[in-house]
Design a protein around this ligand. Structure first.
Ligand SMILES: [Zn+2]
Length: 226
């Protein structure tokens, strides 16, 4: 019997548990430092598609520049600091998974497309960024700059989305969608993951409070859109 050409993808439960622990154990500690100095609470990681080992983890650094969103920071760090040699760099499309704590904005969606990452996951949706974190800019930029009129920005529940989550460049999925897509008859497993996703989402409440308090107190940030 010949060996398989490609290593099989990780199971949904292995994927969910690793993405959630990457957020909790690696991204959130970095985010705690960022929000206390005036940066937003968005973070990202790039992981091995086969082992799910995180190659790069980063958070927003708007204190330095309004373009240093968590995802952009992560991509920059992956290409320049962690894998400067293109001959040893994991291939973004073939070897990597991209994780964002919040559904990537239009800048970051383009950054992900331009750098070739094809498999994207996120924890919070645009609507949650707006409603839970008082950060409505993702939705507003898509509507105001790109004249996206078909989408109401209210999720995928029967209404047109603000961008194509599955497109030529990448396929973006929320962790809620991954849990929801577990096999029929796996209700207990699905419920368990919904609870676990909510628990990790809950960890962001305290981070958001620190960011919002800093915003009110005029914390230093180079970003106009807070
Ligand atoms: Zn962004």
């Amino acid at each position: 019997m010949s060996a398989p050409v490609d290593t099989p993808p990780p199971s949904k439960t292995h994927l969910l548990s690793t993405l959630l622990s990457t957020i909790e154990e690696r991204i959130i500690p970095l985010t705690q430092q960022g929000v206390s100095s005036g940066s937003k609470l968005f973070g990202a990681a790039i992981l091995s598609r086969t082992t799910l080992h995180p190659y790069t983890t980063a958070t927003n650094n708007e204190r330095i520049s309004p373009l240093l969103h968590g995802e952009i920071n992560c991509i920059q760090q992956f290409f320049t600091a962690d894998f400067p040699d293109p001959t040893t760099r994991p291939d973004p499309a073939r070897d990597c998974i991209f994780l964002a704590t919040h559904e990537p904005c239009s800048l970051c969606l383009s950054g992900i497309a331009w750098s070739g990452f094809s498999e994207v996951y996120f924890l919070f949706s645009y609507e949650e960024s707006r409603d839970l974190f008082a950060i409505p800019h993702d939705i507003e930029i898509l509507r105001e700059v790109f004249t996206v009129r078909s989408g109401l920005g209210e999720g995928q529940g029967g209404r047109a989305p603000l961008y194509n989550r599955r497109n030529k460049f990448f396929h973006a999925r929320s962790l809620d969608d991954v849990a929801g897509a577990m096999e029929e008859g796996d209700d207990d497993e699905r419920r368990k993951w919904v609870v676990e996703i909510d628990r990790v989402k809950g960890l962001y409440g305290a981070l958001s409070d620190v960011y919002q308090q800093g915003k009110m107190a005029g914390a230093e940030s180079s970003s106009i859109w807070k």
